[in-house]
Every structure is written in structure tokens, then in C-alpha cells.
Ligand binder design. Sequence first.
Ligand SMILES: C[S@@+](CC[C@H](N)C(=O)[O-])C[C@H]1O[C@@H](n2cnc3c(N)ncnc32)[C@H](O)[C@@H]1O
Length: 389
Amino acid sequence: MEQFFASCPRGLESVLAEELASLGARQISPAEGGVGFAGELETAYRANLWSRVASRILWKVTSGRYRGEDDLYRAIRAIEWRDYFHVSRTIRVNVSAVQSPLKSLEFVALRTKDAVCDRFRDTDGRRPSVDTARPDVRLHVFLTAADYTVYLDTSGEALFKRGYRRDGGEAPLRENLAAGILLLSGWKPDQALLDPMCGSGTFLIEAAHIALGIAPGIRREFGFQKLESFDAKLWRQVRERSGSPAVASPLIFGSDVNRSSVESARRNVREAEVEHEITLAQGDVLSIAPPAPAGVLVANPAYGVRLDDQERIARFYPTLGDALKQHFAGWRACIFTADLRLPKLIGLKPAKRTPLYNGALECRLYVFELVRGTMRREKDRGSKAEGRE
Ligand SMILES: C[S@@+](CC[C@H](N)C(=O)[O-])C[C@H]1O[C@@H](n2cnc3c(N)ncnc32)[C@H](O)[C@@H]1O
């Protein structure tokens, strides 16, 4: 059995753990920023192809204790690297650390590369070249205060690069973060889904792929294909075991106030081959009518960095809250933002708030249940209050 670590956006570890369990992973242990698991190489192939939430699947080569760079150099040089990849492959080394006493992670990367190359010189008489932009093989070194772990990256390009996004639009979400938010939202593929601020369409495409049982990695290649252990027959079998659609025709709707965003969503939706599952339109979230009597609304409004943007957004939230109350009774609204003022300004009490990270940025997923009766009572209270004034 091999040991792996699947990295993911912070806050999605429990969703990823569930996903990995459903893919046959064993000894699942969530940690900060990812989930450790055990399995055969086939498990790693499956996780790369099917995980909607993981950023990378790393395969553990070695681990131990260290005090300085020399300990790392010796341990990494002791590995028979030619068993893992051919000397003609290009390489890149990444280092990350939590509380490591070592001063320069760049120096650790350099020593790791030297150790691998020196080993290859011993065994093959030549060394692999470095390619930082498009390496064939990526090595990851992870350091804690006293321990190191060396991994080979079985993913290659990060898994959120699904290969369908042609058009970015304004601040698009990473695909695995969008998928994780959908999984946290409680949306079921037989319910209507609406993103009324859809931008480049990330939520919509991820939702359509979930509903249709399409593997997120079906259009791309992976790092494990360049390793010596690559088993092409096994990989073909893993790919052939396709998913089954959860529903025949999902109800997925997207709109955006900006015409060029709708156009970019349309291009991406076409590229992802889900144009028959998604209905797109131009419209303002403040005035659109719900496309179904009930469902899940998911959105990630822009959050301002500059002060004038923040002020504009602070004026927008109360109007968004009013629109949700007036038009979307019966829906659940899931709003993802870095703006922690949102619940107060939107005037609704979140049923749930989940801390999530978008890169280093701390965000929240706020879930609002727009319960029909409550909304009516609030409206009544509102009109009575207005009547009194
Ligand atoms: C941060 S982007 C959303 C990005 C999207 N989740 C993606 O992955 O591409 C916010 C979007 O909200 C849209 N927007 C802003 N105000 C809006 C409004 N009043 N009604 C509808 N859309 C609006 C913007 O045009 C922009 O595309």
C-alpha cells in the first residue's frame, strides 16, 4: 500500500475526505490544507481523475527527521530515483514548510535538486534538467519543525485546471473551490441551481459535471503518466469506468448583469460540453425572477479591496438582501465572500457560516434559508411597520 497526501483549499478538508472515501481511499486522515490517505496507485489514478476538490495528489517517497539541509540532501540522495522516473524527464522542486527552523526554502529546493541530480549521475552517468515552467516531474518537499516528507506529484498541473476554461472574466473562482462550495451547499442534482452573478460560469459548469457524473479530469493529462510506474492498461480501465448521471436533465441557470461575462460563460460552457444543461441570460440579480419555485442560489459577489469599492459594495448588499427576500422565498442562498460584513449588511441571519480560504484570503460561505413563511411574516411585519409610520 502506498501513502498519499491530497492537498485542497483550506476549509474543504472534510469534503475532500468524504470524496476520497467514496473513491476507495483508506486510512483517511484530514490535516490542515489536505487529507492524507493510503491506497494503491490505482487509487491515485482515480483520485486524480475524479476528485473535484483536491488541488494535487502527492505520492510519498520518503520521510524522516532532519536538523539541517545536509540531512535532507543525504536522505534524498539515498533514494533510487531512476526507479521513479527516467533521467530524460525534466524536473522541478517545490518546498513548503510549517515552523521549519531552516532559513531559506529556496536553498532547500536547490539542495533537493542537487541530491536527485547527483544520484542520477551515480546511476546513469547524467542528470535530469530543470524546467520550472512545464516540468515532466514535480517533487514536493514538506517540512515541519523536525520532520521532512518528500513527495512525487502524481497530478502535474494543479487539478483545478480542468482544461475547459478558455475565458477568465472578472476574478474567476478556482474550479475545485467552486466544486467544494457546491458540495458544502447541500445542493442535490435534482434541485434547481442558479448563479445570478455567474461571471465565467465556474459554479454552473462544476454543477453540470456533478449532475451528469462527468469526471473533472477527463479532458487532461496527469503527472503520473510520466513516471516509471505508469500502467497504461490500468489507467485505461480507470478511465473507462465512467460515472453515471445523477439526473437526466439538470436544472442549472446562470445570469450576470455584464453582457461580456455572459458571453464568456457561454464560451466556457460550450468548451466544457454542457451547453444543453445550462440556461444563460443577461440580468441584474436585483430584478431577475427565480427560474423555479425552489432551489439553491449560489454566488460569489466581488469583494472590494479599495475603499471606494468597499463603500459601493456596502450599498449593494442591503439591496441584494431585499431582492432575495422578495423574490427567492423557498430558496436556499449560498454566498461566498471575503467580506465579513455581508450578513449584517444583507439583513438576513445565516443558517450556517463556513470558513474557507481562497488562496491566502480568509473567506466565508454564508448559507441563508429563505423560508417561505418567515419571509411572508417579515414582509407583513415590514408593511405593518411602514403602515405605522
Ligand atoms: C467575482 S465575479 C464572479 C466570478 C464567478 N464566480 C466565476 O467563477 O467566474 C462577480 C460577478 O458579479 C457580476 N455582477 C456584479 N453586480 C451584479 C448584479 N447587480 N447582478 C448580476 N451580476 C452582477 C459581475 O459582472 C461579475 O461577473
